[in-house]
Design a binder for this molecule. Structure first.
Ligand code: PLP
Length: 281
C-alpha cells in the first residue's frame, strides 16, 4: 500500500511517525475524507478548501500550496488504483518537544492514503437506526480537527445500542450526528441546523441543500428540537461515506411509518445522478 508522506508517495512501511508528532500527542491537526467513485474524487476542491479553512482556524500553515497537494493526491489515487472508496488526508502541526503552545519551527506533516470501501447500498435502501445522546464536544465543531474523542464516545454508544449513528443534542437542540449532518422533513419542509460553530459544515450537507434548491423543496436552516425530531415526517443523515441515508428508527421508536420517506428518496436519486456522472469522465 502506498501513502502520501509530506510530498512524497512511498510504501506504507517506510512512513515514520515521530513519538512527538503533535497529531499523536495533542490531536493537533486537521483532516479530510474524500469519496472516490469510478476512480475519480467526488467534490475534491470543496474538501481541500475546507481543509485549508480548518488549518487557518487552528492557525496552522499548510506545508506546501493546496494546488501541489491536489496534484499529489491525484497521483496517490492513480498509484493506489482505487476505484471505489475513501481518500483520507491529515495534516499534523508537526514534530517538536512536547509543550502545549505552538512550536516555533515545526514543519506540518501531511499523510494521506486510500481505503477501498463499497457504497453502503443496504443502508441507503433500507435506512438505519440511530440513538440520541448529549453533545459533549467543544464549541468549534466547524473545524475538522483530529480531536475526535467526543465523536468516538458518541459513535461507540450508538454501536453498543445496535445503531448506526448517534444524533447529538445540545441544550435540547439537535446539532448533528457523530460523523454526519442530520436533516428532518416536516410538512414538506427540509430542516437542518445552520452552519455555525456547533456543526461541521458538511460537503454532503451542502450538496443536499443545492439539490433541494433545484428540486424546489423548501428549506429551513434553523435549529430544531429533540421533540421536533421525534415528530418529524422523515429523517436522514448526510456524509461523504454514508451519502444521503434514511434514518427510520430513533431511540427504538419508528420515524413516522418506519420506512424511508418520499423527499429523502427524491434527494437520494438526484445525488446518485451526480455520482453516475463520474462514470463517463
Ligand atoms: N459532521 C461531522 C461531525 C462529521 O465528522 C462529518 C464527516 O465526517 C460530517 C458531519 C459530514 O461531513 P461531509 O459531508 O463533509 O463528509
Amino acid at each position: 500500500m502506498v501513502v502520501l508522506y509530506d510530498d512524497q508517495i512511498i510504501e506504507r512501511e517506510q512512513a515514520r511517525i515521530d513519538p512527538e508528532d503533535r497529531a499523536y500527542q495533542f490531536g493537533d491537526g486537521v483532516y479530510e475524507v474524500i469519496r472516490v467513485y469510478y476512480g475519480q474524487p467526488f467534490y475534491m476542491k470543496e474538501h481541500l478548501a475546507r481543509l485549508q479553512r480548518s488549518a487557518t482556524e487552528i492557525r496552522m500553515n499548510l506545508p506546501y500550496p493546496l494546488e501541489q497537494l491536489e496534484q499529489r493526491l491525484l497521483q496517490l489515487l492513480q498509484r493506489s488504483g482505487l476505484q471505489e472508496g475513501n481518500l483520507y488526508i491529515q495534516i499534523s502541526r508537526g514534530t517538536a518537544p512536547r509543550n502545549h503552545a505552538f512550536p516555533s519551527n515545526a514543519r506540518p506533516l501531511t499523510l494521506a492514503y486510500t481505503q477501498p470501501s463499497p457504497r453502503p447500498v443496504k443502508e441507503l435502501s433500507e435506512g438505519v437506526s440511530a440513538i440520541t445522546t448529549e453533545d459533549i464536544r467543544w464549541l468549534r465543531c466547524d473545524i475538522k480537527s483530529l480531536n475526535l474523542l467526543g465523536a468516538v464516545l458518541a459513535k461507540q454508544k450508538a454501536v453498543d445500542h445496535g445503531s448506526k449513528e448517534a444524533i447529538l443534542v445540545r441544550d435540547g437542540i439537535i446539532t448533528e450526528g457523530s460523523s454526519t449532518n442530520i436533516f428532518i422533513v416536516k410538512d414538506g419542509v427540509l430542516w437542518t441546523h445552520p452552519a455555525n460553530h456547533l456543526i461541521l459544515h458538511g460537503i454532503t450537507r451542502q450538496i443536499t441543500l443545492q439539490i433541494a434548491d433545484e428540486l424546489q423543496i423548501p428549506v429551513k436552516k434553523q435549529p430544531f428540537s429533540k421533540e421536533e425530531l421525534f415528530t418529524a415526517d422523515e429523517c436522514f443523515l448526510t456524509s461523504t461515506t454514508m451519502e444521503i441515508c434514511p434514518i427510520i428508527q430513533i431511540d427504538g421508536k419508528p420515524v413516522k411509518s418506519g420506512t424511508p420517506g418520499p423527499i429523502t428518496r427524491q434527494l437520494q436519486q438526484a445525488f446518485e445522478k451526480q455520482i453516475a456522472l463520474l462514470q463517463s469522465r
